[in-house]
Write a protein that binds this ligand. Structure first.
Ligand code: PMP
Length: 363
């Protein structure tokens, strides 16, 4: 017997062994990035100026998050105790689940939705209870209410949702929170700026509501990895116990105040994307591709059986889009991020060319 065969290696928890592997298709993205819903252009120039002033001595120090947490909290009309900065919303989800899930608990998850909820839940002892949307991919409100049980511990809702771009109303959120007072209701507002509606103002009055926000999308800081959780002090104090005090780095912390201050830049980027979304939706309608109404910076499109070929041909033309076929209820569908009007004109012509190449093959 070889030495390798007899060697005993430590085994991870059974839950971890059963986890689905998830490797997002990153890499070779120096082209038009319409695949990950990031800002497709740049962050505020004010952020760039602050970054340029960061010294090597600044980098020798551990990050100090408290003063920046105060600034972000006051920007959102919250107390610092109601807010925690995180290493992206991804860390926020991870920490929230680590804080609340016990063996036998349930995560209620309207699907299709953002992949990482399921990934992080599957590393805990909770059970994921998916609630499938109908073919229109609208928020499955009645089905979700019907799926609440005494074991429901977290209900995770992205608003707007990805990949559909659909939304849940404030009234529906209030009703869900009231019907599951024993569960944390996480409203992930990663795409808030494109939708314009929030429930962050309800944090003081709804004891089980937690809101997540990110700086990866409209603010254009995905590479810095900053997000946040906002919620009642009673819940946030447990989350803060689990959260690493060092997980948001100094560069990210330095960039947040100028990013928040430059409201003009944020407003410009958001209005540019909204204008580009209308133009691109018109281009999709012109080529008769079915699409789902979106309140975010992306649109889901029905490509059909040729979805893989479609993404491949688009990518060969320098336009990256995301095949979402493996999402529940999304067979044959691709998600296309909305950038600026100029970028979306390029995307629209790549799309037209791709469709005519595909129909030539089908003849
Ligand atoms: N929530 C949703 C709904 C998302 O779509 C994404 C990223 N695509 C995230 C959270 C991740 O945000 P972050 O970059 O802050 O981790």
């Amino acid at each position: 017997m070889s030495e390798a065969a007899t060697r005993i290696t430590p085994s991870p928890r059974l839950r971890v062994q059963a986890m689905k592997e998830y490797y997002p298709p990153l890499g070779c993205r120096d082209t038009l990035r319409l695949d990950f819903n990031e800002n497709t252009l740049a962050c505020s120039p004010k952020v760039r100026e602050v970054l340029a002033r960061v010294s090597t001595s600044d980098l020798t120090r551990y990050p100090e998050r408290a003063p920046v947490e105060e600034i972000v909290a006051s920007h959102l009309g919250l107390l610092p105790e109601q807010l925690a900065l995180t290493n992206g919303v991804d860390e926020a989800i991870h920490v929230l689940f680590e804080t609340f899930f016990e063996d036998g608990d349930e995560l209620l998850l309207p699907v299709p939705t953002y992949t990482m909820y399921e990934v992080y839940a599957s590393a805990t002892d909770a059970r994921v209870v998916p609630v499938l949307a109908a073919n229109d991919l609208q928020f499955p409100f009645e089905r979700l209410l019907a799926a609440i049980t005494p074991k429901t511990k977290v209900i995770a809702i992205a608003n707007p949702n990805s990949p559909s771009g659909s939304v849940v109303t404030r009234e529906q959120i209030l009703e869900i929170a009231a019907r599951a007072p024993h569960a944390v209701l996480l409203i992930d507002e990663a795409y808030f700026h494109f939708h314009g509606e929030t429930v962050i103002d309800l944090i003081a009055t709804i004891p089980n509501l937690i809101v997540a926000r990110t700086f990866s999308k409209a603010y254009g800081l995905a590479g810095l990895r900053v997000g946040l959780l906002a919620g009642p002090v009673e819940l946030m104090r447990w989350i803060k116990r689990v959260l690493s005090p060092y997980s948001v780095n100094s560069l990210a912390l330095a960039c947040l105040p100028p990013a928040l201050e430059d409201v003009a830049y944020l407003d410009w980027y958001v209005s540019e994307v909204l204008a580009a979304r209308s133009e691109f939706e018109a281009a999709l309608d012109a080529v008769k591709l079915r699409r789902w109404p979106s309140r975010a910076n992306f649109v889901l499109v029905d490509i059909g059986a040729q979805h893989k070929h479609f993404t491949h041909l688009m990518s060969a033309k320098g336009v990256l889009v995301r095949d979402r076929s493996s999402d529940p209820g999304c067979d044959g569908r691709a998600r296309i991020t909305i950038g600026t009007r100029e970028q979306m004109k390029i995307a629209a012509s790549a799309l037209e060319e791709t469709l005519s190449e595909m129909s030539a093959i089908n003849c």
